[in-house]
Design a protein around this ligand. Structure first.
Ligand code: B16
Ligand code: MG
Length: 211
C-alpha cells in the first residue's frame, strides 16, 4: 500500500533544466568547450561534479581537481542567478493539483532531489513549507542512481521504502528508486519504471497506483 510519494524536483515539480543548460553553456563557452542540448540531457538527475565530468569529456585540455571545483562553483553562480528568477508560476502544469490531492487523501509527500540548490528552488516557487520531508543533494553522499536520496526521504517520513512511490523524469532517478526497493512512476519517458505517465497533468494516474 502506498503511504508516501517521493518527488524528484527538477523535471517533475519545476523545470530547471533550461537554467542548468544556460549556466553550463556559459561556463563551457568561456572555456572553449563544446556543449549542446544533447549533452545537457545526459546531466538530468546527475550530481553537479558528475555533470562537470560529462561536460569535460569534450574539453581540449585537462583540469586539476582544484580547477574543477572552481568551474563547478562558477557554473553554480550562473545557475543561481537564473533560478532566483523562478516564481510559483514555474511549477509544472498539474503538479500542484496532484500534490494537493495527495495531501487531501492522507498520502505523505517528500522531495528526493540530487540538487544542492533544492532549498532555494523550493523557496522561489513557494513550496518550502509544503512537503512532509525534503531529502536533497545536501544530505547525501551518493547521488542517483544510488538510492540514498530516496531512502533518506522515506526514513524522514517514517515510511518503509516498500510503501513509497518515486516520481522521476530521469533514468538515473528511476534506477535509484528501483535499487531502493521503491515502486517508480516515470514521467517524460524515463525508462525502467513500474508505471508511466506523459506528465503529471491528471490525478487518475495516482488514483490507479495508490487505490
Ligand atoms: P545542483 P533533480 C538534479 O536535480 C538535476 O536534474 C541535475 O541536472 C543537476 O546536475 C543535479 O540536480 C545537481 O544540481 O548543481 O543544483 O546541486 O532532478 O535530482 O531534482
Ligand atoms: Mg529530475
Amino acid at each position: 500500500m502506498i503511504k508516501a510519494v517521493l518527488f524528484d524536483l527538477d523535471g517533475v515539480i519545476v523545470s530547471t533544466d533550461r537554467c542548468h543548460y544556460r549556466a553550463w553553456k556559459r561556463m563551457a563557452d568561456e572555456e572553449g568547450i563544446y556543449f549542446d542540448e544533447k549533452i545537457n540531457d545526459r546531466l538530468r538527475g546527475v550530481s553537479r561534479m558528475a555533470s562537470l565530468e560529462i561536460v569535460l569529456e569534450r574539453s581540449p585540455r585537462a583540469y586539476t581537481e582544484e580547477e574543477k571545483a572552481a568551474l563547478a562553483a562558477r557554473k553554480n553562480d550562473y545557475y543561481k542567478d537564473l533560478i532566483r528568477e523562478l516564481t510559483p508560476a514555474d511549477i509544472l502544469p498539474g503538479a500542484m493539483e496532484n500534490l494537493n490531492e495527495l495531501k487531501k487523501n492522507g498520502i505523505l509527500t517528500a522531495v528526493g532531489s540530487s540538487s544542492k540548490n533544492t532549498p532555494l528552488i523550493l523557496r522561489q516557487i513557494g513550496l518550502d513549507a509544503f512537503f512532509d520531508a525534503v531529502s536533497d543533494g545536501n544530505n547525501i553522499s551518493h547521488s542517483k542512481p544510488d538510492p540514498e536520496v530516496f531512502l533518506k526521504a522515506a526514513e524522514m517520513l517514517g515510511v518503509e521504502p516498500a510503501d513509497c512511490l518515486v516520481v522521476e523524469d530521469a533514468d538515473a532517478g528511476i534506477e535509484a528508486g528501483r535499487r531502493g526497493g521503491i515502486k517508480t512512476l516515470s514521467v517524460k519517458g524515463a525508462v525502467g519504471a513500474d508505471y508511466f505517465a506523459p506528465d503529471l497533468s491528471d490525478y487518475s494516474i495516482f488514483r490507479r497506483i495508490i487505490r
